[in-house]
Design a protein around this ligand. Structure first.
Ligand SMILES: O=C(O)c1ccc[n+]([C@@H]2O[C@H](COP(=O)([O-])O)[C@@H](O)[C@H]2O)c1
Ligand SMILES: Cc1cc2nc[nH]c2cc1C
Length: 355
């Protein structure tokens, strides 16, 4: 089976949420010792989780934070405040347990998996999942970031990682990335797929000044003008103005959804990948859970296009999956509440008076 056929098969396998489990979850929530609806969006989350897992009281004992890593040829345009060598350096830091994602994942009880989808240099570590499709993308201001075949192979890496995690008993995934320069292709993807002006989705990334921001806007405009990505063909968009780790994240989301594994999305880059995944397969949206609203300009636009409302606002703009891992706590909270709270009957608590 070639990669295109594999993708079509994964997409065809993503089914709707389990209605019966959702009804049972909603019914139980109304019998728990609290005024009806008083746990707000945690209740909606509990119902969504039941629908995804196909059981009214799902638990998530094994959680994973995935960091897809890749480099970006467009960095030579001066679009990031940091040099590209930070990508492999930070991946090594993550593999040694010293990055923010490691600290937050330990706190959330999640294992961190780092995947080299397209780091330019060599990173050697026994725990690194080596799936390099190519050594960074080409500069998308001068031509396509990668070939269609490379975009498909990156999607396939994500789908494979979802299978690997499922094989290890993981039932909840936080989707993160590491890639200096990757807010630039993410902005291009967002502009094309959401159909919004470039300036609404280009932000300061790791910390550009005003001059850098103007350069970055121009780079995104040029990349779109030079490549003319087809907004009706998400693989074309990912190939021409995307990134290796971004395509892999989209593949991870699709692969997780086929296995009924919920995916908590992170910031701007992770959400741009989610938008591509949803355009490839609208049914995947029900398996996605928003976490935080990143400071990065454009994140709100992408979440709007997805129809997702982020519950966490901490003015973060780190990436790595850091916001998504904070979101794991909310998933755990929703799951424990519906699973462990007493009902009015079991606790002998009086119900609401008749109006
Ligand atoms: O997740 C976000 O919203 C986010 C916003 C800004 C920056 N980042 C991270 O910073 C890197 C990309 O920033 P930049 O400026 O190099 O394009 C990449 O490694 C991301 O993980 C992430
Ligand atoms: C240090 C550093 C850490 C990061 N983590 C995600 N993106 C990053 C960018 C930089 C520059």
């Amino acid at each position: 089976m070639n990669v295109e056929e594999q993708l079509a098969r994964v997409i065809a396998n993503i089914g709707p949420l389990h209605e019966d489990a959702m009804m049972q979850a909603a019914d139980r929530l109304d019998r728990l010792t609290k005024p009806q609806g008083s746990l707000g969006r945690l209740e909606q989350l509990a119902v969504q989780l039941a629908g995804i897992r196909g059981e009214p009281l799902p638990r998530f004992p094994r959680k994973a934070a995935v960091v897809m890593a890749g480099d970006h040829g467009v960095c030579e345009e001066g679009v990031s405040a940091y040099p590209a060598e930070v990508t492999p350096q930070m991946v090594l830091n993550m593999l040694s347990g010293g990055a923010a994602i490691n600290v937050l994942a330990r706190q959330a009880g999640a294992d961190v998996f780092c995947v080299d989808v397209g780091i330019s240099g060599d990173v050697r570590h026994p725990d690194l999942i080596e799936r390099k499709v190519r050594r960074g993308t080409a500069n998308m201001c001068a031509g396509p970031a990668m070939t269609r075949e490379e975009a498909l192979r990156s999607l396939a890496v994500g789908m494979e990682v979802a299978g690997l995690l499922a094989g290890r008993g993981v039932t909840l995934v936080a989707a993160g990335e590491m890639g200096i320069g990757n807010t630039t292709p993410s902005a291009a993807i967002a502009a094309v797929l959401a159909g919004v002006p470039v300036e609404t989705v280009v932000g300061r990334g790791t910390g550009l000044d005003d001059e850098g921001l103007a350069v970055k806007r121009e780079a995104v405009r040029r990349a779109i003008a030079v490549n003319r990505p087809d907004s009706d063909d998400p693989v074309d968009v990912l190939a021409k103005v995307g990134g290796l780790e971004i395509a892999a994240l989209a593949g991870l989301m699709l692969g997780a959804a086929t296995r009924r594994i919920p995916v908590v999305i992170d910031g701007f880059i992770s959400s741009a990948a989610a938008l591509a995944a949803v355009r490839l397969c609208p049914a995947v949206l029900s398996y996605l859970i928003a976490s935080h609203l990143s400071e990065e300009r454009g994140h709100a636009v992408v979440l709007d296009a997805l129809g997702l409302a982020p519950p966490i606002r901490l003015d973060m703009r780190l990436g790595e999956g850091s916001g998504a891992v904070l979101g794991l706590h909310l998933v755990e909270a929703a799951s424990r509440l519906i699973g462990e709270m007493a009902t009015f009957d079991s606790a002998g608590v009086s119900r609401r008076r008749e109006d």
